[in-house]
Design a protein. Structure first.
Length: 268
């Protein structure tokens, strides 16, 4: 018996291959026999709902794709997918707003699974003043496109070569993890943008540095940032599981001073 392209078995095999796991590796992680796993993947055995979810957990499959896997196996989805305007998500949305507001006077923003801007704090505003391509600021605002487009923030990124490579590697890792066709198209688009190789001056790497910062021109100064990504722990809603907060911190005292001054000018 062979499986159809959208069968549960073929999807499990596809995710196992994406995770670079052999049948034996996955069988050992799931504590089942390799023979049983082989039967599931080939369609000779129909997995139970519990087995589908168990294998999905071992493969670290995102919640959205776990629902798709359940549907392919003939079961109803396990995880809700609500809009961020749904009353049930109000506490989580309020928590995001609290985190963003509490991070001021430093920039922070929240994005969805496709890197579209959900919300941001007031500290982001001053850094978008020189964006020349107005369409980049029309909703939905894709923050990766905005960052690397030649009409966006890219001309002000002093270390564009390094930062572009960093963003593209993050996107590639996300594509390897999810196989999302929208993100695959986005990666292809971003790789077509100018790399900054010819015009950017090489930025020396600090021998004692612990991260590679974003260096952004602001007037006659260069602001330096390091960033962190925050996600919700053990979410049970698809939308919430795909929400991420990126918080930027000043990497030097000059940047901190400028950000505090800008906040005071905003009255914050």
């Amino acid at each position: 018996m062979t499986t159809s392209p959208t069968s549960a078995g073929s999807l499990i095999r596809e995710w196992r291959t994406r995770r670079r796991m052999s049948q034996l590796d996955l069988a050992m992680e799931a504590e089942i026999s390799q023979r049983h796993l082989s039967f599931v993947e080939s369609g000779r055995a129909q997995p139970s709902r519990e087995m589908v979810l168990h294998l999905a957990e071992q493969l670290s499959i995102p919640l959205r794709q776990r629902n798709q896997l359940l549907l392919a196996a003939g079961f109803a989805p396990s995880f809700s997918e609500r809009s961020l305007t749904d009353a049930a998500l109000a506490p989580a949305v309020a928590a995001v707003e609290t985190v963003l507001k509490g991070h001021e006077p430093f920039p922070a923003l929240a994005v969805d699974r496709h890197w579209n801007l959900v919300t941001a704090n007031a500290a982001i505003g001053p850094f978008l003043a020189d964006v020349t391509e107005a369409s980049l600021l029309q909703p939905p605002v894709n923050v990766l496109r905005l960052s690397l487009h030649p009409g966006g923030v890219a001309p002000r990124i002093v270390n564009l070569v390094e930062w572009r490579a960093h963003l593209l590697e993050r996107l590639k890792q996300q594509n390897d993890a999810t196989g999302d066709p929208v993100l695959i198209d986005l990666e292809r688009e971003l790789r077509g943008y100018p790399s900054g190789m010819k015009s950017a001056r090489p930025v020396p790497i600090e021998p004692n540095g612990i991260v590679h910062p974003l260096r952004l021109a602001h007037g006659d100064q260069v602001l330096s940032f390091i960033s962190t990504i925050t996600v919700f722990g053990t979410p049970l809603d698809v939308t919430l599981s795909e929400l991420a907060i990126e918080s930027f911190f000043p990497a030097d005292e000059q940047t901190r001073t400028v950000l505090v001054r800008l906040a005071k000018e905003r009255g914050g």
